[in-house]
Design a protein around this ligand. Sequence first.
Ligand SMILES: *[C@@H]1O[C@H](CO)[C@@H](O)[C@H](O)[C@H]1NC(C)=O
Ligand SMILES: *[C@@H]1O[C@H](CO)[C@@H](O)[C@H](O)[C@H]1NC(C)=O
Ligand SMILES: *[C@@H]1O[C@H](CO)[C@@H](O)[C@H](O)[C@H]1NC(C)=O
Ligand SMILES: *[C@@H]1O[C@H](CO)[C@@H](O)[C@H](O)[C@H]1NC(C)=O
Ligand SMILES: *[C@@H]1O[C@H](CO)[C@@H](O)[C@H](O)[C@H]1NC(C)=O
Ligand SMILES: *[C@@H]1O[C@H](CO)[C@@H](O)[C@H](O)[C@H]1NC(C)=O
Ligand SMILES: *[C@@H]1O[C@H](CO)[C@@H](O)[C@H](O)[C@H]1NC(C)=O
Ligand SMILES: *[C@@H]1O[C@H](CO)[C@@H](O)[C@H](O)[C@H]1NC(C)=O
Length: 668
Amino acid sequence: MAPQETTEPRPSSLSLSLLLVLLHMSPEVTSEHLASLPPGCLKGMLRASCQGLGLHTFPEMLPLTIEQLDLSHNHLRVLQDNTTEERPNLRYLDLGGNQLDRLSPGALLPLRWLQALILAGNTLNQDYESNSQALWPLDHLHFLDLSANCLDGDMAAVYVANLSSLWSLDLSNNHIRLLARGTFLGNPNLLDINLSGNYILQIEAGAFQGLLQLRELSLARNSLHCISDFSLRPLWRLNLSFNALQFFATEEGNWGYQLQVLDLSHNQLRAVPMLSALHHLRHLNLSDNHLASLESHPPPLPQDTALWYQEVIRPNLTQSGQNPAVSLPGLTDLDLSRNQLGMFPVDFLSHLSALQRLSMAWNCLQNLSALQPMSVLPLLPLRTLDLQGNHIQTFPSWVFEMLPSLKVLNLGDNELQLCWRTEAGQDGPFRGTPQPFGSAFQLKHLSLSRNGLRKLCSSAFSPTTLFSLDLSGNTGLALVPSDLQGLQHSLRELSFRGNGMESTHLGLPCLQELRVLDLSGNTLDSLPWTLNCSPFLQRLDLRKNHLQALDTEALGSLSGHLTSMFIAGNPFHCCTLGWLVALASANVSIPDLGEAQCVYPSSDGGSWGPLARDHRQFCTWWQGTQAAWVLLAVVSLFLICCVVTSLLQNSPRLPWALRLRKSHQGWN
Ligand SMILES: *[C@@H]1O[C@H](CO)[C@@H](O)[C@H](O)[C@H]1NC(C)=O
Ligand SMILES: *[C@@H]1O[C@H](CO)[C@@H](O)[C@H](O)[C@H]1NC(C)=O
Ligand SMILES: *[C@@H]1O[C@H](CO)[C@@H](O)[C@H](O)[C@H]1NC(C)=O
Ligand SMILES: *[C@@H]1O[C@H](CO)[C@@H](O)[C@H](O)[C@H]1NC(C)=O
Ligand SMILES: *[C@@H]1O[C@H](CO)[C@@H](O)[C@H](O)[C@H]1NC(C)=O
Ligand SMILES: *[C@@H]1O[C@H](CO)[C@@H](O)[C@H](O)[C@H]1NC(C)=O
Ligand SMILES: *[C@@H]1O[C@H](CO)[C@@H](O)[C@H](O)[C@H]1NC(C)=O
Ligand SMILES: *[C@@H]1O[C@H](CO)[C@@H](O)[C@H](O)[C@H]1NC(C)=O
């Protein structure tokens, strides 16, 4: 899932778009003097690409107009002084993926108007002190990419020390272990820093000192154990995913934090961190941690922690009686997936008054009815709830009372039982939940896939206005038309994929609004006749069934709206393909026609061939045989009639004929 966009532009995109504006403001150049690019380069008016041409030297005579030059993935090792002439128009230079290890101090002087320089994937850890001097003249440089250069923290600090014009810095995938105090003191204009994919264990206090504009920081994929006093107040986005965090705490003081997006996924948190100072937080990702409960209690100190680390951990946990959710009034997205939560956290959620999307997928939720809902249920504006991959058996309808705006509910990969079991009696688990979705008045999308459902019980859904229903992966499901009662005028997408259902078990009601129907992976030998009453059906998936032919009448009523149909994996009859012609003339596209096969009838079980080929020559024999059979049948029928007639007339001694005659005479 993509991270939710905040309404403000992302800082990195902000700096990039500024950069693009600047690129277009450069002065027009009218004369093109003697200049050329190495053979093989692609050249436009403003851009040239010499990517991957095996070049060993920087092109000497660059065209004057070029603003962007891509020299990535060549074999440049050294940039000498005087290798190039002054090029005031050149703003963007990509030297990524070369073998650069030596930059002469004056090498970039003629290109001192550069705004973006990409040096990723070189070996600039060599001679870093002298190499770094090559960057000094670049006092318009806004974007610098030094990723994947085997730099440690000191080297990185030396490279960036003097670049006060930088907005955006990429130091990802280097070998940084320690971020020292004041590393970025020389870059007060930085908007975003990417430090992901290093080995950062420790960040000294004051490492980000002076960065008053910093909006975005990625420390993902490092080795951090603890953030004890996060204090970057101007930051909008902070990515700490894929570390080893056991603690995250903000500095005391409730003012000034602008953080909106905090990714703490894939860490080792055992308790929801104290985020009480982050009033602007909208998106919090706690996926893939060790949360077993959302109660706030001081987490036990791990035994194997280093001393310095215990020194650093001084988050003031005296607030621990307080619910950590209390002060997140702006939170709209919360990802709690892949933890060990056993309870649906009604109390915790009741404090998140703006929450729109919640994922509790792949936790240990079992019996939602076991929860004693509070006497007064909170009303929450949640729109999307993902409960996939738990062990949920019953889904109580009070959930919908609490979440009246719920639009999307994923209950896939659970153990849901939808049928009222009378033998369970009044005390059974289904008490009060005969129609689990009965009060889901706003629900639009529901997934019940892979729940081992064999039946849906009548009116489980009424009176919802469901748009899409996913019943895939419920092997052995049998459906009667009343099961989808109430959905006839709302359902647009329906999936029965991979259920192994026979035609007789697919009792569909008339679904008048249906647009998309997935029937693949079943054992259907005919189309449900109710397709006739879905005049807007656009997409029909029939792959991997037992269909020998398609009912042209059912299809006839669909032509006009049906735009695509998937049919491969059926044992179609090669000699009765009238339906295929009908589909073609109705302009229905069959994207998998090339994969579809059909079978030629013969006594030994038949041979297979591609459906799309011309079968006339293979089928004439068969059609001849068919005709012969018909003729034979007609002739036999005629002969039988003759025999019977002659028997009636010429065998009066037959007792039954006699009786017949007598009765005739009697009437006369
Ligand atoms: C949370 O992080 C996990 C793992 O990094 C990712 O798969 C998931 O999509 C993220 N959730 C959201 C809502 O962005
Ligand atoms: C570069 O050119 C300048 C003058 O054009 C000259 O003084 C200097 O020695 C040259 N450097 C190299 C390394 O060729
Ligand atoms: C910064 O660059 C100037 C030249 O522009 C140079 O004289 C100075 O030594 C550099 N300082 C550091 C700390 O690199
Ligand atoms: C940071 O760098 C990594 C690796 O180069 C990249 O995948 C990621 O998109 C970058 N993140 C940002 C915010 O630029
Ligand atoms: C955080 O970084 C990880 C790894 O680079 C990435 O997969 C994830 O999408 C990032 N999270 C956010 C919210 O940008
Ligand atoms: C923790 O906070 C409380 C008040 O909230 C304060 O009295 C106490 O001194 C703090 N403790 C530390 C170690 O900062
Ligand atoms: C679910 O919880 C309810 C209420 O505590 C209980 O009566 C019922 O037996 C539980 N069902 C299962 C299947 O554990
Ligand atoms: C199929 O498409 C062709 C041209 O794209 C059009 O002339 C024809 O009327 C269409 N037929 C039907 C049944 O829509």
